[in-house]
Design a protein around this ligand. Structure first.
Ligand code: GLN
Length: 445
């Protein structure tokens, strides 16, 4: 009730929620109270949280930030939603996001931009901007996001919270509206690494309904949080400290690394030589997969339907023209082009080859060091409306995108401020080292 009151008071300005589910939340809270009274001691029983509006929720609207799904009510819960419910959490609602998770500022939402609670003139980051802002403003202690190219880590950095993108395949994608299926992964966004550890434990695990979800046991992610860091080998990718990095961000990240040295870690420079190709490769692969995934929104099977169609083709055309926003249309066009006959080898196949090299860069680096550290974003949060040109927005993702191409886990943890705007330290590990990343993040907090 306290948090629902805060949402009422503050979210008119922030716009971090698309839907607040008052009745369901109060009913779930009451059930949690009863479970506790009956002796239930699971750590998440009664924990309020919010879900990015990309997770299907039975009987509750799921928009993916798009006009296309403005009236979509899923007949089932996503696996992540099912698991969080089973753990006893209480969802307060669905958070705002860039349309179909395409964006880095949350300005691409059909439901309007979200403001950064630290500075109302700034963006919260994207695409999980609503989740990040809701946690930062204390509207919920935790929220769930998704990350295809940085959408958990960059908004976590911009809003001064902790966010984790797990290894690809760690968390089921069933019921999570697909943007780029080979890159999408859900993860927790919260105040601390400890909270993220508890949430990841509840979200992760094998699911037969997602064939890319890995059959691998889920450890207790809180168990290693207190392991001392003496002897930890940290690598600093040379390419993550080059041109275009804001000096205040660099200073904050280097200060954080000094703290790790004082905890007994050793630091050395490493190289990820194909970093430069990550953005071009991503912006071929992700739109290609998106153009295919979004073909289901045709006004017949799914999505907005135009009024009075003259015939079937008119129905498709106008439904999609009205339902999708500009950035989504741009990516459908790019993806359709790169997948078309005659261009496939030059673009899509080449991008997949580059992706392999990017993955190998990380595997080579992890032969030498335990974790990599660097900035989560080249700048602190920028002003709302500041980036009009799509390419300048895409360049925001320079430090986050390669991680999804490689499938490895990554975190952003708060590491200081530039004025009133937070800065995030990014911590990366090899596949399935979430427990180690959470330990490293926790020792800093
Ligand atoms: N900013 C990137 C994009 O626009 C990543 C988004 C994401 O991770 N969902 O595609």
């Amino acid at each position: 009730q306290h948090l629902l009151g805060r949402i009422d008071r503050l979210d008119g300005e922030l716009n971090s929620f698309v839907t607040v589910t008052y009745d369901q939340a109060l009913a779930a809270a009451e059930a949690a109270d009863k479970a506790r009274a009956a002796g239930e001691t699971a750590p998440l029983t009664g924990l309020p949280l919010a879900l990015k509006d990309i997770f299907c929720t039975q009987d509750i609207k799921t928009t993916a930030g798009s006009r296309m799904l403005d009236n979509f009510i899923s007949p089932y819960d996503a696996t992540v939603v099912e698991k969080l419910k089973a753990a006893g959490t209480v969802s307060l609602g669905k958070t705002n996001m860039d349309e179909f998770a395409m964006g880095s500022s949350n300005e691409n939402s059909h439901y309007g931009a979200v403001k950064n609670p630290w500075d109302l003139a700034a963006v919260p980051g994207g695409s999980s901007g609503g989740s990040a802002a809701a946690v930062a403003a204390g509207l919920v202690p935790a929220a769930i996001g998704t990350d295809t190219g940085g959408s958990i880590r960059q908004p976590a950095a911009f809003c001064g919270i902790t966010g984790l993108k797990p290894t690809y395949g760690r968390v089921s994608r069933y019921g999570m509206i697909a943007y780029a299926s080979s890159l999408d992964q859900a993860g927790p966004m919260a105040r601390s690494a400890e909270d993220c550890a508890l949430l990841l434990g509840a979200m992760a695990g094998h699911d037969l309904r997602d064939s890319t979800c890995v059959a691998r046991g889920v450890p207790d992610y809180t168990e290693e949080l207190d392991t001392p860091l003496a002897g930890l080998k940290i690598g600093l990718p040379r390419e993550y400290f080059g041109d275009g990095l804001d000096p205040q961000v660099e200073a904050a990240v280097r200060d954080a690394i000094k703290v790790y040295e004082s905890l007994g870690a050793s630091v050395r420079e490493v190289s990820l030589p194909h970093t430069h190709y990550a953005i071009p490769a991503y912006y071929v692969i992700a739109p290609a997969e998106a153009s295919s995934n979004l073909s289901r929104f045709d006004g017949v099977r799914f999505g907005h339907r135009c009024d009075n169609p003259a015939d079937l083709i008119d129905l498709y055309k106008r439904s999609r023209a009205e339902g999708f926003g500009d950035e989504v249309k741009r990516r459908i066009l790019i993806g359709t082009h790169t997948l078309s006959e005659g261009f496939f080898d030059a673009y899509y196949k080449k991008a997949q080859q580059v992706r392999r090299l990017i993955r190998q860069d990380f595997l080579d680096a992890f032969e030498e060091v335990d974790v990599l550290m660097g900035p989560a974003s080249p700048t602190p949060a920028f002003d709302l409306g500041a980036k009009k040109d799509p390419v300048s927005m895409y360049l925001q993702d320079i430090y986050t995108i390669a991680i999804n191409l490689a499938g490895i886990p990554g975190m952003s943890v708060p590491a200081g401020f530039a004025g009133s705007r937070p800065i995030g330290l990014q911590i990366l590990g090899s596949h399935f080292t979430e427990a180690r990343l959470l330990n490293v993040a926790h020792q800093f907090q």
